[in-house]
Design a binder for this molecule. Structure first.
Ligand code: NAD
Length: 503
């Protein structure tokens, strides 16, 4: 069976689609209207282990391929992604998780470059060659792959986040088993067609939920884990990996601050904040959630922000929509709980705060701005992961920075200002893995991406993203063997009762 079918409970292994041998299944429903999209298998332990073994067999060959040849193959994959037809993958993504179509296409259009980047980086630098500590001794380190890497993925950017770690892992000489989120398994499976341009078995995909993920983490035949998802799941996976001394990159959630200083360019800050708060209905890991706005510009900012938020087009992702539904009922219930809690403690609704009347079948929620928010409210302590911007009025940049850092999270942080001194102070002070000044949400294949504090361990992208999937081996090679002056027998005067060894 080499053709993808969203109804057949398939997995992707050895470059082929196969019907899953596991009995459990999950029906995928469109979060915009709750219609049926397809079905996925809930892969059981034995099936997951079998796929891991196929990846292990493929790795035995892939690890022997020289870096230049690997690079040529990865560039071929990038070509295949660039020349592929995105439409069906993008449509499935929209139908499965609700993303507006332009955002699904935008995600896919950005996947190829990371394969080119790591293809070149891995062959540019295969180890370390420092100065030697002994003349004539060749002392160096080379990088080696771990083996089979597991990639446990979130629903919000299912393809591009997978590509970030799969590209690094393949370039380093590993093979991969991917487990997408239940709500984005069909588009991920469809995208697997692109990997058919690789030697068989390099990238495989199983489906399922927490149990399938657990098997990937605990299997003795996976050797490193790339996880992106919530803090709660990330902790479980980090603990599972720690118990087995298995390296893990944990990209977890956040509750990013956005600071609007008294010197912010409001004409740019308002549209920038509308995007960073409500893009993908607030389901971006680095969505701005907690807003700290200087009192001198607070009211003007809120007026513009509210006007823009109210103008956003809500609707199903295949229509002319800018704001799709949330991914699930549970996700919307959380948003409702956080808004209710904030209102009960004195916050006010500037706009939104309700289910849109015309879209009350799926999991839609209006872009919502809350003002008068304080740190006692749950919305300031938890990741909302929904279309809520919670605004606190502050008296100074120092106060904003202190409140911004008053959280267990440390993923991203943003600021709008026209002043260089404020930009520098914020970059220095904010406890986060990424700081954006006047340009939120941007990433760069060549810059490490990841969180401080509870938002993660390790980095994706950049050189650190490649190093996460390779281990060094020190080498000391002396071509002309000699007896070293520190070997046995020790001279008499080295002992305690002699005059002692001189250094
Ligand atoms: P999630 O934690 O619910 O699930 C993520 C993945 O983990 C899914 O594939 C899921 O099936 C799997 N999983 C769940 N329980 C597991 C277990 N016990 N063992 C192994 N695997 C398990 O996250 P989600 O709802 O899909 O994604 C949203 C979260 O991801 C948000 O918190 C968001 O901030 C975060 N995120 C972070 C980044 C980043 O780069 N830091 C990027 C995107 C998303």
């Amino acid at each position: 069976m080499t053709v993808f079918d969203p109804n057949l409970r398939q997995i992707f292994v050895d470059n082929q689609y196969r019907e899953s041998s596991s009995s459990g299944e999950h029906c995928v429903l469109n979060p915009a209207d709750l219609t049926f999209v397809g079905r996925i298998a809930m892969c059981e332990e034995q099936e997951v282990e079998n796929v891991i073994l196929r990846a292990k067999i493929a790795q035995n060959e892939w690890k022997k391929v020289d870096e230049k040849s690997r690079s040529i193959i990865l560039h071929g994959l990038a070509n295949s992604i660039e020349n592929g037809d995105f439409e069906e993958v993008a449509k499935l993504m929209v139908l499965e998780m609700g993303k507006p179509y332009p955002e699904a296409v935008g995600e896919l259009a950005n996947c190829a470059p990371i394969f080119r980047y790591y293809a070149e980086m891995a062959r540019d630098e295969g180890g370390i060659l420092p100065g030697t500590t002994q003349a004539g001794s060749f002392q160096f380190a080379r990088y080696f792959p771990y083996g089979v890497t597991a990639h446990i993925m979130p629903f919000n950017f299912p393809i591009i986040i997978m590509c970030w770690t799969v590209a690094a892992s393949l370039a380093a000489g590993n093979t991969c088993v991917v487990k997408p989120a239940e709500s984005t398994s069909l588009c991920t499976l469809k995208f697997m067609e692109r990997f058919k341009s690789l030697p068989s078995g390099l990238v495989n995909c199983i489906t399922g939920g927490a149990e399938a993920g657990r098997v990937l983490v605990e299997s003795p035949n996976t050797h490193a884990v790339a996880f992106t998802g919530s803090v709660e799941t990330g902790r479980k996976i980090a603990m599972g990996c720690a118990e087995r001394m298995k390296p893990a990159v944990i990209e977890a959630g956040g509750s990013d601050p956005m600071i609007i200083t008294e010197h912010a360019p409001l004409d740019i800050a308002v549209p920038g904040c509308t995007m960073s708060a409500f893009h993908l209905s607030g389901q971006v890991c680095v969505s701005s959630e907690r807003f700290f706005v200087h009192e001198a510009v607070h009211d003007e900012f809120i007026e513009g922000f509210t006007k823009m938020a109210k103008a956003l087009k809500i609707g199903p992702g295949l229509e002319e929509s800018e704001i799709g539904p949330l991914v699930s009922e549970a996700a919307r219930d959380k948003v409702i709980r956080l808004v209710d809690d904030a209102l009960s403690k004195g916050a006010r609704v500037a706009c939104g705060g309700r289910i849109p009347a015309q879209y009350n079948t799926g999991w839609f929620y209006e872009p919502t701005i809350l003002t008068g928010v304080n740190s006692e409210m749950a919305v300031m302590q938890e990741e909302a992961f929904g279309p809520i911007a919670s605004v606190c009025k502050v008296k100074s940049l120092d106060e904003a920075l202190e409140l911004a850092n008053n959280t267990k999270f440390g993923l991203g942080a943003s600021l709008f200002t026209n002043r260089m001194d404020e930009a520098m102070q914020a970059y220095e002070t904010l406890e986060a893995g990424m700081v954006w000044v006047n340009n939120p949400l941007i990433d760069n294949d060549a810059i490490p991406f990841g969180g401080w504090k509870m938002s993660g361990i390790g980095r994706e992208m950049g050189r650190q993203g490649l190093d996460a999937f390779r281990q060094s081996k020190m080498g000391v090679i002396d071509a002309s063997p000699t007896i070293q002056d520190w070997w046995y027998p020790y001279p008499q005067d080295w002992f305690y009762n002699g005059k002692g060894r001189e250094y």
